[in-house]
Design a protein around this ligand. Structure first.
Ligand code: FES
Length: 122
């Protein structure tokens, strides 16, 4: 689907687009990458795209707090589970929950979302 011109997707926010009955959140990262995810949390079905976009605390040495993944983490507004926009995976260890992601590319200055291809990146 053609989601619109790249200028419609400034960094730092989740922008909603719709394709039929599908609600898709589009995020343009500070690194220039664009992510597209289904607006449904894999935990209990919450509207994940209404959650906070930010980073998270990374694994670190005892007594240290290391913040990372700035702008690449979406926190569900229902129960606070955090997900990587890059991989779709839940950041809580031991949980196999995963966001539905879509492949995105920019062609001729417009954002195109492939509704059939997963957009997970390693
Ligand atoms: S519905 Fe998203 S964390 Fe529970």
């Amino acid at each position: 689907m053609d989601a619109g011109p790249i200028e419609d997707f400034p960094c730092g926010a989740v922008h909603m687009v719709r394709e039929g009955r599908h609600e898709i959140g589009v995020v343009r990262g500070a690194n220039g990458e664009i992510y597209a995810i289904a607006n449904r949390c894999p935990h209990r079905g919450g509207a994940i795209c209404k959650g906070a976009l930010g980073g998270t605390l990374m694994p670190s040495e005892p007594g240290e707090l290391v913040f990372g993944m700035a702008g690449e983490v979406l926190r569900c507004p229902w129960h606070g589970y955090e997900f990587s926009l890059r991989t779709g995976k839940c950041l809580f260890t031991g949980l196999a929950l995963r966001l539905r992601t879509y492949r995105v590319e920019v062609r001729d200055g417009r954002v195109h979302i492939d509704m059939k291809e997963r957009g997970d990146r390693s």
